[in-house]
Design a protein around this ligand. Sequence first.
Ligand code: ZN
Length: 399
Amino acid sequence: MGNAIAAVRFRGDAEGERRLREDESLRGSLGSACWKGSTRDSRRRLLAGAVRVRADLAPGAWRAAERVRERSGDGTRVELYVHSSAEINAAVTCGGDRLLVILTSAAVERLDEEELSFVLGHELGHGVYGHLAMPIGGVPRGMSARDAMRVMAWQRAAEVSADRAGLLCCGSVGAAASALFKSLSGLSLAGGRVEPGALAEQWSELADAVAMGETAGAWAATHPFVPLRARALLHYWESDQAGGLIESCGGTRALEDVDRSVSAMLAMMDPLAEERRGLSDPVLEPFVLWGGLAVALADGTVHRRELENLRSVVDEGALRGALADRPTVESCCERFAEARARRARPLSALDLTRVFAALSAVAGADGMVAAEETGVIERLASACGVSGAFVERALARAA
Ligand SMILES: [Zn+2]
């Protein structure tokens, strides 16, 4: 069937990459081959710290890899490794003429063959689509908050592509959703499958901005992005493209229409999306302004880079006014808490993610996040009724 995997790349991902690459100011931050590290090094490190999968050592993973090779129609050489970790996860990196895919031992033990082929197809997708030439799983040091948000928005679109690749390779939307569910919950489901609709349903809750931090909805809110991925997969499963490529799929909906729905969901997480008013949104701005200043002041002085960063996401006049008041960490945290108290409705999980993504970008503006800065972020998080762990996880998921 030719290179099926290349055909299923999400348009929002390809277009997003092109927009980033066309931007002069980002030149130098985006790579041309593999984003970081020498590829020879990564292979050496893997050989030392992980086990290379062979048919006799991990037969399930081996067979899943065979299936991925067949269904993807892609000839890229893949070397598969397993390393010891209790978390169900996988990663991919360049290894010269081949891709190196690393599965955790928990993934090999708790995912069945179909689910593993979703995960492997996902990682192969990252390789085939050239994602490894872009910053992935984080943003380059010293990038402005605005640029970091643009890169992160693209990263989420890239995940949608990789999930489609995974779905193509495993051929079952139930297996794909179960793989996502298991990675998120750590549960093994005793050989059963999760109902994809049930997982995707959580997205509606999030999108409705159900109170988090005040209600027991916190569990769902800590992982805002997996429900979105599940729903994006369900949308894709209905598409005529999936219907044509995947045997058991009877999708007939126009792909263009499906892509529009997915883009609309992604835009909800993107403070800079044109459809939204952005962080100059009067509702969120005080949180970013006072929170950002508190973070910037954490080590005593506001550094130039931190200031530039803030300026890229909040109103210039408001920032000047705030600085004229000779703010301290204390006074900024108070103003932040006041903004929180003034709001009738609690901040939604998505709002919180946007705010804390901006604050983390300020904290990382000088290339490293100091312990004082982390302390302030935790304090602000608790003022919003969420834990520092929420912030960390939400940001990790955002990548
Ligand atoms: Zn991924």
